[in-house]
Design a protein around this ligand. Sequence first.
Ligand code: SF4
Length: 349
Amino acid sequence: MPQTLIIAPNWIGDAVMSEPLVKEIRQTGASISILATPWVAPVYRAMNGITEIIEADFSHGKLELAQRWALARQIQHKHFDNALILPNSWKSVLIPWLAKIPARYAYKGELRSLFLNKALPNPPKIDRPPMVEHYLALAKLIGSASSPKLEMSRPLLHVDENQLKAAKDLLATFPNPDQVYILAPGAEFGPAKQWPSEHFAKLAELILNDSSMTNVVFMGSHKDKMIAQKITQQIPQRYQERVFNLCGKTSLDQSIALISKAKALASNDSGMMHIGAAFNIPQVAFYGSSDPHHTPPLSPFAGILFLGLDCSPCHQRKCPLGHLNCLRQITPESALTELNQRIYQLKVI
Ligand code: SF4
């Protein structure tokens, strides 16, 4: 059985979008190992058919050659036949090259063709293809003969029974465990991807006002704690007993399990959004500076709110025009309407 090592991307959303590639390689009969940072490794723990996840953490922007050498030596003993490198950086190709993996495949990326046996041309900077399709194209390099259609290639995640039980136990501490709306106000890339906090607060208020049964749970990493706190402070006192801020309090493994049991999810274009889509959770996603055609939530129960302003998508971390109208002009009322439509859609199917 051939053995493939996949070097995982560094963003949670990108990791989710690599699931169809994993599925495709599995169908070739290869065993699959993943080299991932501890940050994205939980996403791969939620995928089927992965033999091993090797976790390694390198500081951003540093070469750390000695550590890479040490890890490459360990990997060399595993005798991989080929490696697929998903990140674009030249550093990401070092470990499979140092580990002497005989076939190393990737996109050309950053000046690294010399380290690769075969490289696909980089995608265009504008009108980039959907990320899932971008990753799937790599499967051909290691012998996948099928041509999966994008609409048939949705990322899907799974939660093991222990994690599911832990998530249910946590949800049971909320007033109505089956009425949990998750709001994920963070976006690791930067503020130009973040719907304004006052809009999240108003949406929370609308959800809480809609029914006395609903709970609103804010989820994200420790970096999102402050923004979630700022949002919860704007929600009227009478709703506070049904508002919970879990940002920074749950691991990504726990967050994945919790999202899988949510009634609905509202988020920016972020890792949380892709996780929700991979569980068919009714959701609304806010797009402004990023391109919904490149990284859409691939779920029939996902609604996208994108205004398509002349300046959008600009792909900037901070709004260069200083007004963030691409997101500011998406109203909380339209978000609730979209969310309710997606919830209804799930009910009638
Ligand atoms: S320049 Fe336009 S698309 Fe970019 S962040 Fe500002 S408002 Fe949004």
